[in-house]
Write a protein of this length. Structure first.
Length: 626
């Protein structure tokens, strides 16, 4: 009869058995799944089934899920709040929410991935919703984000430059320190290549480093670059490969370090003040030049006369200016032919390869001629020169050097005396120009000292010596601030301490000269007191030179009787009483008696004398009153 419309029993049983097996497998998968699964009625949205994983995940019982619409379950209300949302599910075969926040029955907030699929089952539509817990992943993502954010802040605010470049050297990113180091803004840098700021002399080095970075993945080095303002600076660079197309670079500006290194090298062979070579270089260069090809090899030794005197009198700034001028003159006289070094405080050496003795003599004379045209602090610059020449290989270069030095000292002894005497005259004139009061005071003290010495039967030479000592007793005040010397009000404690330095300054100035070295001790001690309470050394009695004791009385008398803006000078009678009161404590009693009894009654008031400073001798014209 054709095909039997009724299925054979054995086939039906096999089909039922297969279906049952399939349902069993599905149920096992459904029950064992590690994602939450909800089966919905495609028309009503009623939950038809829910697997154990979702029950455990959300904390609701199976009964709380069954026969309820999905939008009635508290966890899904925010996203699937009404039938319109469900209609979207019905109309789309696939819907996915990457991050859906759900709240469990206990109130804990979790993150899930929600995926709905529509498919046919036994000719019927079914909506299956898969719910995957992504809370741990979201926590990790948030942690990663926070970490990136934190380290991004660290990088952006790091004190050293950090930037990213591509395989062509173009900037991809740069932190604030990079913009500060280079002078370019981030916007400007992102349009540039690192080649745009590398200094020309570092291009080869930078190219090698970049090739090494591309090949090895890491590199370190130092590169000179140009700041936006045009200045040349130095980078320390460390770079590593990030990926195939980007490289992370760490930089710091080491310009200061490189300058210090350069200075260390430079000043290892140069004098810091004059910029000439130093003794170390001179000694090394002397050995290098000592060969046949440089003969005749001449040496000129130069010495600045009176440098110590200038330092003590006018300060080290003046002395430094004198040295700088001397260096300039020696360089000018040598006209690039010699190797010039400052080998001591006031000594210079000139090495002249292939220079005859006649040429050396001419250069030395030119040095002296140029020096005579220069003055510093009103002091004429004088340079003593000595020279010698190595003419053959048998001569020892050190012997030639010694001969030049000895020759220089012969000239120095001859020239120094005249120069220092002129300088003493200049110092006194300079002091008197600084303070008219000091000029008048020194002249009166000189006159009083001469009068006392005459009454004490000093011989003519000694009278002249004490006269000059009285005139220059305050020469050390040349080193005292002019404001203090001319101050109209009383001096404060610090200003008094400054003034009390003048005996020692005067001693240093005078002891450096042959003509006035004997007077140096009188000047040093003229503020010592008979009882030992004076300064600077607290000596007493006859340990104080007689001349210093005479100056002390003359100095005190003039100070008491002279007018000051803050007081009127006392009368002669009052001054005499004060001298006698301090006799035996501040003053030598014998000198006080000579001055009071033998000088004052016949001299009357001491008028201002004229101070004539000429040549090498300090002369004072006085009018003695009989």
């Amino acid at each position: 009869m054709g095909n039997n419309i009724n299925e054979r029993p054995d086939n039906r049983k096999r089909t039922e058995k297969a279906l049952k097996a399939s349902e069993t497998r599905y149920r096992r998968l459904f029950e064992a799944a590690k994602d939450g699964i909800i089966i919905l009625d495609p028309k009503t949205g009623i939950i038809q089934d829910v697997n154990p994983f979702l029950i455990n995940l959300l904390g609701y019982s199976k009964e709380q899920f069954k026969d309820r619409a999905i939008w009635d379950i508290g966890s899904f209300k925010d996203r699937l709040s009404n039938r319109e949302n469900f209609s979207e599910l019905q109309d789309n075969d696939y819907i996915r929410y990457e991050d859906m926040p759900l709240q469990t029955a206990s109130g804990k907030l979790i993150n899930v991935e929600f995926v709905s699929n529509v498919y046919m089952e036994n000719n019927k539509k079914v909506i299956q919703c898969n719910i995957r817990d992504i809370t741990a992943r979201k926590i990790a993502e948030r942690a990663l984000f926070e970490s990136k954010k934190k380290y991004s802040i660290y990088i952006e605010n790091a004190p050293y430059g950090i930037f990213v470049i591509d395989e062509k050297g173009m900037y991809l990113d740069a932190n604030k320190a990079t913009t500060k180091i280079t002078g370019y803004s981030s916007i400007e840098l992102l349009k540039m290549s690192i080649k745009d700021i590398i200094a020309e002399e570092s291009i080869i080095t930078a190219t090698k480093l970049f090739k090494s970075l591309l090949k090895k993945g890491s590199v370190s080095g130092e590169i000179k670059y140009m700041h936006k303002n045009g200045s040349m600076r130095w980078w320390n660079v460390d770079a590593v490969k990030l990926n195939e197309h980007s490289y992370l670079v760490f930089t710091s500006d080491i310009t200061g370090k490189k300058k210090s290194e350069a200075d260390l090298i430079y000043y290892g062979y140069h004098d810091y003040l004059t910029g000439l070579y130093n003794r170390r270089f001179h000694e090394e260069e002397l050995k290098k030049l000592d060969k046949k090809s440089n003969l005749p090899l001449s040496v000129i030794m130069c010495d600045i006369n009176g440098l110590k005197l200038i330092n003590d009198s006018f300060g080290h700034d003046s002395g430094d200016r004198l040295l700088i001028k001397a260096a300039e003159i020696i360089k000018k006289a040598c006209a690039k032919n010699g190797v010039i070094s400052r080998i001591g405080g006031d000594e210079f050496a000139v090495l002249l390869p292939n220079t005859s003795v006649e040429e050396a003599v001419e250069i030395a004379a030119h040095i002296k001629e140029l020096a005579s045209e220069v003055t510093v602090a009103n002091v004429e610059l004088t340079i003593s020169c000595g020279y010698d020449t190595k003419k053959n290989e048998k001569q020892e270069i050190l012997e030639v050097l010694a001969n030049a030095e000895n020759h220089m000292y012969i000239h120095k002894v001859y020239e120094r005396s005249s120069m220092r005497s002129k300088t003493i005259d200049l110092i006194m004139n300079t002091l008197f120009e600084k303070s008219k009061r000091e000029s008048m005071h020194s002249n009166r003290v000189s006159t009083i000292c001469k009068a006392i010495a005459q009454k004490m039967d000093f011989n003519a030479d000694d009278v002249n010596q004490i006269r000059i000592a009285g005139l220059i007793h305050d020469i050390g005040k040349i080193g005292i601030d002019e404001k203090i010397l001319n101050k109209e009000e009383r001096l404060d404690v610090d200003e008094k301490k400054e003034i009390e330095k003048h005996p020692e300054i005067g001693w240093r100035i005078l002891s450096s000269t042959n003509e006035f070295s004997e007077l140096a001790q009188f000047v040093l001690d003229h503020h010592e007191k008979w009882d030992g309470s004076g300064y600077p050394n607290g000596i007493k009695g006859e340990m104080i030179p007689l001349e210093a004791r005479i100056i002390s009385v003359a100095d005190a008398y003039d100070a008491m009787t002279s007018k000051r803006s803050y007081r009127v000078g006392i009368t002669q009678e009052e001054a005499i009483n004060e001298l006698r009161r301090c006799s035996g404590t501040q003053f030598d009693p014998k000198i006080v008696e000579v001055f009071v009894n033998q000088v004052l009654p016949y001299a009357g008031d001491f008028k201002e004398d004229k101070c004539l400073l000429s040549g090498n001798v300090l002369k004072v014209e006085t009018k003695d009153k009989a």
